[in-house]
Ligand binder design. Structure first.
Ligand code: PMV
Length: 405
Protein backbone atom coordinates (compact mmCIF):
# COMPACT_ATOMS: atom_id res chain seq x y z
CA UNK A 1 0.00 0.00 0.00
CA UNK A 2 1.44 3.39 -1.01
CA UNK A 3 2.18 5.91 1.76
CA UNK A 4 -0.63 8.24 2.84
CA UNK A 5 0.27 11.94 2.59
CA UNK A 6 -0.36 14.82 5.04
CA UNK A 7 0.61 17.42 2.41
CA UNK A 8 -2.02 18.57 -0.10
CA UNK A 9 -2.63 16.08 -2.90
CA UNK A 10 -3.38 17.54 -6.35
CA UNK A 11 -5.38 15.22 -8.66
CA UNK A 12 -6.88 14.97 -12.14
CA UNK A 13 -8.60 11.97 -13.67
CA UNK A 14 -9.44 11.13 -17.27
CA UNK A 15 -10.65 8.26 -19.39
CA UNK A 16 -9.12 7.53 -22.82
CA UNK A 17 -10.23 5.33 -25.71
CA UNK A 18 -8.70 2.57 -27.80
CA UNK A 19 -8.27 3.31 -31.51
CA UNK A 20 -8.02 0.86 -34.40
CA UNK A 21 -6.20 2.02 -37.52
CA UNK A 22 -7.66 1.62 -40.99
CA UNK A 23 -4.46 2.94 -42.59
CA UNK A 24 -1.69 1.33 -40.57
CA UNK A 25 1.33 2.93 -38.95
CA UNK A 26 4.19 0.52 -39.55
CA UNK A 27 7.80 1.70 -39.61
CA UNK A 28 9.76 4.32 -37.69
CA UNK A 29 12.04 6.92 -39.26
CA UNK A 30 13.24 7.82 -35.74
CA UNK A 31 12.92 5.17 -33.04
CA UNK A 32 13.62 7.47 -30.07
CA UNK A 33 11.07 10.13 -31.00
CA UNK A 34 8.68 7.50 -32.44
CA UNK A 35 8.49 9.26 -35.81
CA UNK A 36 6.67 7.20 -38.44
CA UNK A 37 7.66 6.49 -42.03
CA UNK A 38 4.07 7.07 -43.14
CA UNK A 39 0.88 8.79 -42.06
CA UNK A 40 -1.94 6.67 -40.61
CA UNK A 41 -5.65 7.00 -39.84
CA UNK A 42 -7.81 5.38 -37.20
CA UNK A 43 -11.30 5.15 -35.79
CA UNK A 44 -11.57 5.98 -32.09
CA UNK A 45 -13.64 3.29 -30.36
CA UNK A 46 -16.38 3.95 -27.83
CA UNK A 47 -15.39 4.15 -24.19
CA UNK A 48 -18.74 2.61 -23.31
CA UNK A 49 -17.04 -0.67 -24.28
CA UNK A 50 -13.29 -0.20 -23.83
CA UNK A 51 -11.46 2.47 -21.87
CA UNK A 52 -8.50 3.27 -19.68
CA UNK A 53 -9.16 5.29 -16.51
CA UNK A 54 -6.15 7.20 -15.16
CA UNK A 55 -5.60 9.50 -12.20
CA UNK A 56 -2.49 11.68 -12.11
CA UNK A 57 -1.64 13.14 -8.73
CA UNK A 58 1.27 14.94 -7.13
CA UNK A 59 2.16 15.86 -3.58
CA UNK A 60 5.15 17.02 -1.53
CA UNK A 61 4.28 14.13 0.82
CA UNK A 62 4.98 11.42 -1.76
CA UNK A 63 8.30 9.54 -1.95
CA UNK A 64 10.79 11.36 -4.20
CA UNK A 65 10.55 9.05 -7.23
CA UNK A 66 7.53 9.21 -9.56
CA UNK A 67 5.26 6.16 -9.27
CA UNK A 68 2.98 4.42 -11.76
CA UNK A 69 0.51 1.63 -10.95
CA UNK A 70 -1.20 -0.21 -13.84
CA UNK A 71 -4.11 -2.55 -13.12
CA UNK A 72 -3.02 -2.81 -9.48
CA UNK A 73 0.65 -3.57 -10.27
CA UNK A 74 3.44 -1.05 -9.52
CA UNK A 75 5.53 -0.41 -12.67
CA UNK A 76 9.23 0.36 -12.91
CA UNK A 77 9.04 3.83 -14.53
CA UNK A 78 12.82 4.24 -14.57
CA UNK A 79 13.17 1.36 -17.01
CA UNK A 80 10.51 2.78 -19.36
CA UNK A 81 12.26 5.44 -21.45
CA UNK A 82 8.96 6.16 -23.17
CA UNK A 83 7.10 6.97 -19.96
CA UNK A 84 10.04 9.10 -18.77
CA UNK A 85 10.03 11.02 -22.08
CA UNK A 86 6.29 11.80 -21.76
CA UNK A 87 6.62 12.94 -18.14
CA UNK A 88 9.68 15.10 -18.89
CA UNK A 89 7.82 16.94 -21.70
CA UNK A 90 4.73 17.48 -19.54
CA UNK A 91 6.84 18.81 -16.62
CA UNK A 92 8.69 21.17 -18.96
CA UNK A 93 5.35 22.65 -20.10
CA UNK A 94 4.22 23.06 -16.48
CA UNK A 95 7.49 24.76 -15.64
CA UNK A 96 6.91 27.29 -18.43
CA UNK A 97 3.57 28.17 -16.81
CA UNK A 98 5.16 28.45 -13.36
CA UNK A 99 7.96 30.65 -14.72
CA UNK A 100 5.41 32.98 -16.31
CA UNK A 101 3.18 33.14 -13.21
CA UNK A 102 4.91 32.94 -9.83
CA UNK A 103 1.61 32.58 -7.94
CA UNK A 104 1.09 29.06 -9.35
CA UNK A 105 1.92 26.12 -7.05
CA UNK A 106 5.21 24.53 -8.13
CA UNK A 107 3.62 21.25 -9.19
CA UNK A 108 6.47 20.58 -11.63
CA UNK A 109 8.78 20.00 -8.64
CA UNK A 110 6.51 17.48 -6.88
CA UNK A 111 6.69 13.69 -7.26
CA UNK A 112 3.88 12.14 -9.28
CA UNK A 113 1.69 9.17 -8.37
CA UNK A 114 -0.20 7.90 -11.42
CA UNK A 115 -2.75 5.11 -11.18
CA UNK A 116 -4.36 3.52 -14.21
CA UNK A 117 -6.91 0.77 -14.86
CA UNK A 118 -8.25 -0.76 -18.06
CA UNK A 119 -11.87 -1.90 -18.05
CA UNK A 120 -10.95 -4.74 -20.42
CA UNK A 121 -8.84 -7.79 -19.59
CA UNK A 122 -5.21 -7.55 -20.69
CA UNK A 123 -5.60 -11.21 -21.62
CA UNK A 124 -8.03 -10.18 -24.39
CA UNK A 125 -4.90 -9.43 -26.42
CA UNK A 126 -6.06 -5.92 -27.27
CA UNK A 127 -3.33 -3.32 -27.62
CA UNK A 128 -3.81 -1.26 -24.50
CA UNK A 129 -0.76 0.97 -24.92
CA UNK A 130 -2.57 3.53 -27.09
CA UNK A 131 -5.34 4.14 -24.55
CA UNK A 132 -2.82 3.88 -21.69
CA UNK A 133 -0.39 6.54 -22.93
CA UNK A 134 -3.20 8.82 -24.14
CA UNK A 135 -4.79 8.66 -20.68
CA UNK A 136 -1.46 9.24 -18.93
CA UNK A 137 -0.67 12.31 -21.03
CA UNK A 138 -4.21 13.75 -20.78
CA UNK A 139 -4.37 13.20 -16.99
CA UNK A 140 -0.98 14.80 -16.27
CA UNK A 141 -1.77 17.69 -18.67
CA UNK A 142 -5.04 18.28 -16.75
CA UNK A 143 -3.27 18.02 -13.39
CA UNK A 144 -0.78 20.66 -14.58
CA UNK A 145 -3.51 22.84 -16.14
CA UNK A 146 -1.67 22.86 -19.47
CA UNK A 147 -3.24 25.01 -22.20
CA UNK A 148 -1.99 22.76 -25.03
CA UNK A 149 -4.64 21.42 -27.45
CA UNK A 150 -5.12 17.67 -28.00
CA UNK A 151 -3.21 18.13 -31.28
CA UNK A 152 -0.24 19.62 -29.42
CA UNK A 153 -0.45 16.97 -26.69
CA UNK A 154 -0.39 14.28 -29.39
CA UNK A 155 3.29 15.13 -29.93
CA UNK A 156 3.94 14.04 -26.34
CA UNK A 157 1.73 10.92 -26.37
CA UNK A 158 3.44 9.81 -29.58
CA UNK A 159 6.67 9.40 -27.64
CA UNK A 160 4.93 6.88 -25.36
CA UNK A 161 3.49 4.75 -28.13
CA UNK A 162 3.05 5.94 -31.70
CA UNK A 163 -0.58 4.92 -31.99
CA UNK A 164 -1.37 6.65 -28.65
CA UNK A 165 -1.28 10.06 -30.35
CA UNK A 166 -4.49 9.13 -32.19
CA UNK A 167 -6.34 8.26 -28.92
CA UNK A 168 -6.34 11.91 -27.74
CA UNK A 169 -9.25 12.66 -30.10
CA UNK A 170 -12.58 11.12 -30.95
CA UNK A 171 -14.09 10.11 -34.26
CA UNK A 172 -11.81 9.69 -37.27
CA UNK A 173 -8.21 10.68 -36.58
CA UNK A 174 -5.18 11.07 -38.84
CA UNK A 175 -1.60 11.02 -37.64
CA UNK A 176 0.38 13.14 -40.12
CA UNK A 177 3.87 11.67 -40.39
CA UNK A 178 5.51 15.10 -40.76
CA UNK A 179 8.95 15.69 -42.23
CA UNK A 180 10.98 17.61 -39.67
CA UNK A 181 13.78 15.67 -37.94
CA UNK A 182 12.68 16.90 -34.48
CA UNK A 183 9.15 15.54 -35.02
CA UNK A 184 7.46 18.87 -34.28
CA UNK A 185 5.18 18.42 -37.31
CA UNK A 186 4.33 14.75 -36.57
CA UNK A 187 0.91 15.27 -35.01
CA UNK A 188 -2.55 13.75 -34.82
CA UNK A 189 -5.61 15.65 -36.00
CA UNK A 190 -9.32 14.95 -36.14
CA UNK A 191 -10.41 14.33 -39.74
CA UNK A 192 -14.08 14.12 -38.76
CA UNK A 193 -15.79 14.05 -35.36
CA UNK A 194 -17.76 11.04 -34.16
CA UNK A 195 -20.98 12.97 -34.88
CA UNK A 196 -20.11 13.17 -38.61
CA UNK A 197 -20.50 9.39 -39.07
CA UNK A 198 -21.81 7.96 -35.78
CA UNK A 199 -23.25 4.83 -37.43
CA UNK A 200 -19.83 3.14 -37.67
CA UNK A 201 -19.77 -0.13 -35.66
CA UNK A 202 -16.92 -2.52 -34.88
CA UNK A 203 -17.08 -6.21 -34.04
CA UNK A 204 -13.83 -7.43 -32.51
CA UNK A 205 -13.15 -11.15 -32.85
CA UNK A 206 -10.73 -11.99 -30.07
CA UNK A 207 -8.61 -14.97 -31.15
CA UNK A 208 -7.47 -17.44 -28.50
CA UNK A 209 -3.75 -17.12 -29.22
CA UNK A 210 -1.35 -19.18 -27.18
CA UNK A 211 1.84 -17.50 -28.39
CA UNK A 212 3.06 -13.93 -27.82
CA UNK A 213 3.48 -12.00 -31.08
CA UNK A 214 6.63 -10.16 -32.17
CA UNK A 215 6.42 -6.76 -30.35
CA UNK A 216 5.43 -3.94 -32.74
CA UNK A 217 8.69 -1.99 -32.35
CA UNK A 218 10.85 -5.04 -33.17
CA UNK A 219 8.54 -6.03 -36.02
CA UNK A 220 8.57 -2.54 -37.55
CA UNK A 221 12.33 -2.32 -37.42
CA UNK A 222 12.74 -5.70 -39.12
CA UNK A 223 10.28 -4.67 -41.85
CA UNK A 224 11.94 -1.28 -42.51
CA UNK A 225 15.38 -2.89 -42.66
CA UNK A 226 14.56 -5.94 -44.78
CA UNK A 227 11.29 -5.73 -46.75
CA UNK A 228 11.65 -4.84 -50.41
CA UNK A 229 7.96 -3.96 -50.63
CA UNK A 230 8.13 -1.57 -47.72
CA UNK A 231 9.48 1.57 -49.44
CA UNK A 232 6.74 1.44 -52.09
CA UNK A 233 4.12 1.07 -49.38
CA UNK A 234 5.42 4.03 -47.36
CA UNK A 235 6.20 6.37 -50.26
CA UNK A 236 3.48 5.69 -52.82
CA UNK A 237 0.71 3.40 -51.64
CA UNK A 238 -0.12 4.87 -48.24
CA UNK A 239 -0.23 8.56 -49.36
CA UNK A 240 -2.80 7.63 -52.04
CA UNK A 241 -4.81 5.57 -49.54
CA UNK A 242 -4.80 8.39 -46.96
CA UNK A 243 -6.38 10.69 -49.55
CA UNK A 244 -8.90 8.01 -50.58
CA UNK A 245 -10.00 7.14 -47.05
CA UNK A 246 -10.36 10.77 -46.03
CA UNK A 247 -12.66 11.32 -49.04
CA UNK A 248 -14.62 8.17 -48.15
CA UNK A 249 -15.06 9.43 -44.57
CA UNK A 250 -16.10 12.94 -45.68
CA UNK A 251 -18.68 11.38 -48.06
CA UNK A 252 -19.73 8.67 -45.58
CA UNK A 253 -19.03 6.23 -48.41
CA UNK A 254 -18.84 2.83 -46.68
CA UNK A 255 -17.94 0.69 -49.75
CA UNK A 256 -14.95 2.95 -50.49
CA UNK A 257 -13.97 3.03 -46.80
CA UNK A 258 -14.22 -0.78 -46.68
CA UNK A 259 -12.07 -1.47 -49.71
CA UNK A 260 -9.27 0.88 -48.66
CA UNK A 261 -9.37 -0.51 -45.10
CA UNK A 262 -9.10 -4.15 -46.19
CA UNK A 263 -6.46 -3.45 -48.82
CA UNK A 264 -4.34 -1.51 -46.32
CA UNK A 265 -4.53 -4.26 -43.72
CA UNK A 266 -3.55 -6.82 -46.36
CA UNK A 267 -0.74 -4.56 -47.64
CA UNK A 268 0.67 -4.05 -44.14
CA UNK A 269 0.63 -7.81 -43.46
CA UNK A 270 2.24 -8.37 -46.89
CA UNK A 271 5.22 -6.25 -45.81
CA UNK A 272 5.41 -8.35 -42.63
CA UNK A 273 5.50 -11.54 -44.70
CA UNK A 274 8.08 -9.87 -46.97
CA UNK A 275 10.36 -9.11 -43.97
CA UNK A 276 13.40 -11.30 -43.47
CA UNK A 277 12.93 -13.48 -41.50
CA UNK A 278 9.18 -13.20 -42.19
CA UNK A 279 6.77 -12.04 -39.49
CA UNK A 280 3.30 -13.59 -39.18
CA UNK A 281 0.67 -11.81 -37.16
CA UNK A 282 -2.41 -13.29 -38.80
CA UNK A 283 -3.14 -16.98 -38.30
CA UNK A 284 -5.64 -19.52 -39.68
CA UNK A 285 -8.42 -18.05 -37.54
CA UNK A 286 -7.66 -14.53 -38.85
CA UNK A 287 -7.73 -15.83 -42.43
CA UNK A 288 -11.07 -17.53 -41.80
CA UNK A 289 -12.46 -14.13 -40.74
CA UNK A 290 -11.09 -12.57 -43.96
CA UNK A 291 -12.78 -15.28 -45.99
CA UNK A 292 -16.14 -14.84 -44.28
CA UNK A 293 -16.12 -11.05 -44.69
CA UNK A 294 -15.50 -11.43 -48.43
CA UNK A 295 -18.21 -14.12 -48.63
CA UNK A 296 -20.75 -11.90 -46.83
CA UNK A 297 -19.94 -8.92 -49.08
CA UNK A 298 -20.26 -10.99 -52.22
CA UNK A 299 -23.54 -12.64 -51.15
CA UNK A 300 -25.05 -9.25 -50.23
CA UNK A 301 -23.70 -7.77 -53.47
CA UNK A 302 -22.05 -4.72 -51.85
CA UNK A 303 -19.41 -4.08 -49.23
CA UNK A 304 -21.23 -4.18 -45.91
CA UNK A 305 -18.23 -5.15 -43.75
CA UNK A 306 -14.46 -4.62 -43.69
CA UNK A 307 -11.75 -6.41 -41.70
CA UNK A 308 -8.53 -5.03 -40.36
CA UNK A 309 -5.74 -6.69 -38.32
CA UNK A 310 -3.03 -5.09 -36.16
CA UNK A 311 0.15 -6.75 -34.92
CA UNK A 312 -1.75 -9.84 -33.76
CA UNK A 313 -4.42 -12.30 -34.92
CA UNK A 314 -7.58 -10.48 -33.67
CA UNK A 315 -9.96 -9.30 -36.39
CA UNK A 316 -11.71 -5.94 -36.14
CA UNK A 317 -14.71 -5.84 -38.47
CA UNK A 318 -16.19 -2.45 -39.30
CA UNK A 319 -19.80 -2.13 -40.53
CA UNK A 320 -22.68 0.36 -40.37
CA UNK A 321 -25.45 0.17 -37.80
CA UNK A 322 -28.09 -0.37 -40.49
CA UNK A 323 -26.26 -3.54 -41.57
CA UNK A 324 -26.01 -4.98 -38.03
CA UNK A 325 -28.26 -7.95 -38.81
CA UNK A 326 -26.38 -8.77 -42.03
CA UNK A 327 -22.92 -8.53 -40.49
CA UNK A 328 -22.97 -9.01 -36.71
CA UNK A 329 -26.11 -11.17 -37.03
CA UNK A 330 -24.30 -13.55 -39.38
CA UNK A 331 -21.25 -13.77 -37.13
CA UNK A 332 -23.51 -14.34 -34.13
CA UNK A 333 -25.28 -17.19 -35.96
CA UNK A 334 -21.92 -18.70 -36.93
CA UNK A 335 -20.30 -18.37 -33.50
CA UNK A 336 -23.31 -19.06 -31.30
CA UNK A 337 -24.76 -16.65 -28.76
CA UNK A 338 -23.08 -18.49 -25.88
CA UNK A 339 -19.64 -17.07 -26.84
CA UNK A 340 -18.74 -14.29 -24.38
CA UNK A 341 -19.33 -10.71 -25.52
CA UNK A 342 -22.75 -10.74 -27.20
CA UNK A 343 -23.97 -8.09 -24.76
CA UNK A 344 -23.37 -4.50 -23.75
CA UNK A 345 -24.47 -1.09 -25.05
CA UNK A 346 -24.15 -1.94 -28.75
CA UNK A 347 -26.04 -5.23 -28.54
CA UNK A 348 -29.52 -3.63 -28.53
CA UNK A 349 -30.09 -3.75 -32.31
CA UNK A 350 -28.97 -7.40 -32.41
CA UNK A 351 -30.91 -8.75 -29.46
CA UNK A 352 -33.89 -9.82 -31.50
CA UNK A 353 -31.90 -11.10 -34.48
CA UNK A 354 -32.31 -14.88 -34.38
CA UNK A 355 -31.45 -15.91 -37.94
CA UNK A 356 -28.23 -15.12 -39.84
CA UNK A 357 -28.30 -12.09 -42.14
CA UNK A 358 -27.05 -14.23 -45.03
CA UNK A 359 -27.72 -17.91 -45.73
CA UNK A 360 -25.01 -19.87 -43.94
CA UNK A 361 -24.92 -22.59 -46.60
CA UNK A 362 -23.53 -19.97 -48.98
CA UNK A 363 -20.43 -19.14 -46.91
CA UNK A 364 -17.23 -21.19 -46.78
CA UNK A 365 -17.92 -24.05 -44.36
CA UNK A 366 -14.26 -24.67 -43.50
CA UNK A 367 -13.82 -21.01 -42.57
CA UNK A 368 -16.91 -21.33 -40.34
CA UNK A 369 -15.38 -24.34 -38.52
CA UNK A 370 -11.98 -22.67 -38.05
CA UNK A 371 -13.53 -19.46 -36.74
CA UNK A 372 -15.91 -21.27 -34.39
CA UNK A 373 -13.13 -23.17 -32.70
CA UNK A 374 -10.60 -20.34 -32.56
CA UNK A 375 -12.19 -17.43 -30.71
CA UNK A 376 -12.19 -16.65 -27.00
CA UNK A 377 -14.77 -13.85 -27.11
CA UNK A 378 -16.20 -11.00 -29.16
CA UNK A 379 -16.51 -7.29 -28.35
CA UNK A 380 -19.27 -5.21 -29.92
CA UNK A 381 -18.41 -1.54 -30.11
CA UNK A 382 -18.65 1.62 -32.23
CA UNK A 383 -16.94 4.87 -33.13
CA UNK A 384 -16.66 7.05 -30.04
CA UNK A 385 -15.43 10.23 -28.39
CA UNK A 386 -11.96 11.27 -27.20
CA UNK A 387 -10.72 11.42 -23.58
CA UNK A 388 -13.19 12.63 -20.96
CA UNK A 389 -12.36 14.33 -17.68
CA UNK A 390 -14.07 12.50 -14.77
CA UNK A 391 -14.24 12.55 -10.97
CA UNK A 392 -13.86 8.77 -10.28
CA UNK A 393 -10.37 9.30 -8.90
CA UNK A 394 -8.08 6.29 -8.47
CA UNK A 395 -6.10 8.25 -5.87
CA UNK A 396 -7.85 9.38 -2.68
CA UNK A 397 -7.66 12.83 -1.06
CA UNK A 398 -4.75 11.69 1.06
CA UNK A 399 -2.89 10.07 -1.80
CA UNK A 400 -4.07 6.52 -1.13
CA UNK A 401 -4.53 4.23 -4.14
CA UNK A 402 -8.15 3.27 -4.79
CA UNK A 403 -9.53 0.63 -7.13
CA UNK A 404 -12.66 0.72 -9.27
CA UNK A 405 -12.53 -2.94 -10.32
O1 PMV B 1 1.96 2.26 -31.48
P1 PMV B 1 2.46 0.87 -31.54
O2 PMV B 1 3.92 0.82 -31.39
O3 PMV B 1 1.72 -0.05 -30.62
O4 PMV B 1 2.20 0.30 -33.04
C1 PMV B 1 0.94 0.10 -33.57
C2 PMV B 1 1.01 -0.56 -34.90
C3 PMV B 1 -0.32 -1.05 -35.47
O5 PMV B 1 -1.26 -1.24 -34.44
C4 PMV B 1 -0.08 -2.38 -36.15
C5 PMV B 1 -0.88 -0.10 -36.53
C6 PMV B 1 -1.53 1.16 -36.04
O6 PMV B 1 -1.48 2.13 -36.82
O7 PMV B 1 -2.10 1.20 -34.95
Amino acid sequence: MAAVSESPVFRATTTAPVNIAVIKYWGKRDATLNLPTNSSLSVTLSQRSLRTLTTASCSAGYPAADELTLNGKPQDIQSSKRTLACLASLRAHRQELENANSSLPKLSTLPLRIVSENNFPTAAGLASSAAGFAALVRAVADLYGLPQSPRELSRIARQGSGSACRSLMGGYVAWRSGELPDGSDSLAEEVAPQSHWPEMRALILVVSAEKKDVPSTTGMQTTVATSELFATRANAIVPARMAAIETAIQNRDFPAFAEVTMRDSNGFHATCLDSWPPIFYMNDVSRAAVRLVHDINSIVGRAVCAYTFDAGPNAVIYYLEKDSALVAGTFKAILGSSLEGWSGPFYESLKDVSSPGVALDQVDSRAVDVLKSGLSRVILTAVGEGPVSVEDHLVGEKGEILSRQ
